[in-house]
Ligand binder design. Structure first.
Ligand code: PMP
Length: 464
């Protein structure tokens, strides 16, 4: 593809060479990239020097912003001491040991061991394989089906994408693979029946799960994977009482619960784990992103005794656990993660989120609940979304083809706020955890102006 002549040289080189993830390749060739060159606190600067506040912390991950010197130093120190070693065949190193201890000490429920990977997708794929291995170890060779939820997001590798419940991760990829099932989305705003209470809705979600398990045969169902708060699917908060009701069903049929804390972990929801905020009692927990504040790729899978015990026995029979990445527990990434967790402790991260989180939530509600385009404002801690709708009374979304959310996010970007449109025209808020109240004000001023701009666009298109 020949890049359009109006693109500057870096943009033209990008268009000529880069196959972008999650991008319309043809529109990209026409419009070119936004090239980000530097970071400063919660802000990033593009190659023309324009400054933006990134209100989704990159991809929900840059929890300490974009210029933390301590993390740079931790990486440099570790690179000098030992730039690489692996963990296969009983090899180890101190950063991985220390990080495992720190994660176990912080886990929301008692956990036994920590396995490392490089991304959220790999952590979830690893967890799926552990679940299969666990049931083979128990002689339950049929018990392998994995349940996700419609609109859940667990990644893009073959198994984690199968588990993901969003159409664009399946369509044209020939996914999901067999053996992956999806149960209903616990989103009261769109999912409730007329007159249904939140508690009744939560019960119905659990009943639907039970029906699915019974229809498949409980002897074939191994695990449910769930984000405490669904992130990429729209920042969907489950109804009160949802997870305890789900857990009771899972326990009845000997089905494991895996908490995907890739977004919710490390203070995002106001507590250390989304599992604590949403009363999730996982057997396995996956995390990534804020684990290293995104400065280097690293993810982790924590397993409890119930799961680790049979797996350990099986590895002894087979002579090894035939799974692991070259970079599992990479020392430089692990050292950066250790430093990240220390910084969270030292800055009293939970206190800070406890201060700015409620401020962000109340300001979002104060400014936007009554806006004619806003159907729902939802969130807790430093994660939120506002959902744009065509009909506020009916909770009816715009036709997806009109791209109202994406166009609003583009207006935000022009106004100096990098945001993200989610499926169903949700605008995501998941800023670096270090954000201040005045930076939140600045973001929300930008969002107000962006909503005014999209309102003008929509009026021109006949929206009244
Ligand atoms: N799980 C959740 C909840 C996520 O939000 C994501 C990424 N947004 C993933 C898994 C996949 O992580 P990665 O992109 O690092 O593979």
């Amino acid at each position: 593809m020949t890049p359009p002549a109006r693109l500057n040289s870096l943009a033209a080189r990008d268009v000529a060479a880069v196959f972008h993830p999650y991008t319309d390749q043809i529109a990209h060739a026409e419009n070119g990239p936004v090239v980000i060159s530097r970071g400063n606190g919660v802000r990033v600067l593009d190659d023309a020097g324009k400054s933006y506040i990134d209100v989704v912390a990159g991809l929900w991950c840059a929890a300490l912003g974009f210029s933390n010197e301590r993390l740079v130093e931790a990486a440099t120190r570790q690179m000098r001491a030992l730039p690489f070693y692996h963990a296969f065949g009983s090899k180890s190193h101190e950063p991985m040991i220390e990080l495992s201890e720190m994660l176990l000490a912080r886990a929301p429920v008692p956990m036994s061991k920590v396995f490392f990977a490089n991304s959220g997708s790999e952590a979830n794929d690893s967890a799926i394989k552990m679940v299969w291995y666990y049931n083979n170890a128990r002689g339950l060779h049929e018990k392998k089906k994995i349940i996700g939820r419609i609109k859940g997001y667990h990644g893009i590798t073959l198994a984690s994408a199968s588990l993901t419940g969003l159409p664009y991760n399946h369509k044209s990829f020939d996914l999901p693979l067999p053996g992956f099932l999806h149960t209903m989305t616990p989103h009261f705003y769109h999912g409730a029946l007329p007159g249904e209470t939140e508690a009744e809705f939560a019960t119905r979600c659990a009943d639907e799960l039970e029906k699915l398990i019974l229809a498949e045969g409980p002897e074939t169902v191994a695990a449910l994977f769930a984000e405490p708060i669904m992130g990429a699917g729209g920042v969907l908060i489950p109804p009160a009482g949802y997870f305890p009701k789900i857990k009771a069903v899972l326990d009845k049929y000997d089905v494991l619960l895996v908490a995907d804390e890739v977004i919710c972990g490390f203070g995002r929801t106001g507590q250390y784990w989304g599992s604590q905020t949403m009363a999730v009692q996982p057997d396995i927990l996956t995390c990534a992103k804020a684990l290293s504040a995104a400065y280097l790729p690293i993810s982790a899978v924590m397993v409890n005794d119930r799961v680790f015990g049979p797996i350990a026995e099986e590895t002894h029979k087979l002579g090894t656990f035939g799974h692991g990445f070259t970079y599992s527990g990479h020392p430089v990434a692990a050292a950066v993660a250790v430093e990240t967790l220390k910084i969270y402790d030292e800055m009293n991260m939970l206190d800070h989120v406890g201060d700015v989180g409620p401020y962000m939530q109340s300001e979002l509600r104060r400014r936007f609940t009554d806006h004619p385009l806003v159907g729902e404002v939802r969130g807790t801690g430093l994660i939120a979304a506002i959902e744009l709708v065509e009909d506020k009374a009916e909770h009816r979304n715009f036709d997806a083809g009109r791209k109202v959310g994406a166009r609003t996010a583009k207006h935000m970007e022009n106004l100096g706020v990098i945001g993200r449109a989610l499926p169903g025209d949700g605008l995501a808020f998941s800023p670096p955890l270090i954000i201040t109240k005045s930076e939140i004000d600045e973001v929300l001023d930008g969002v107000e102006k962006a909503l005014a701009a999209i309102t003008v666009d929509l009026r021109a298109e006949g929206f009244s």
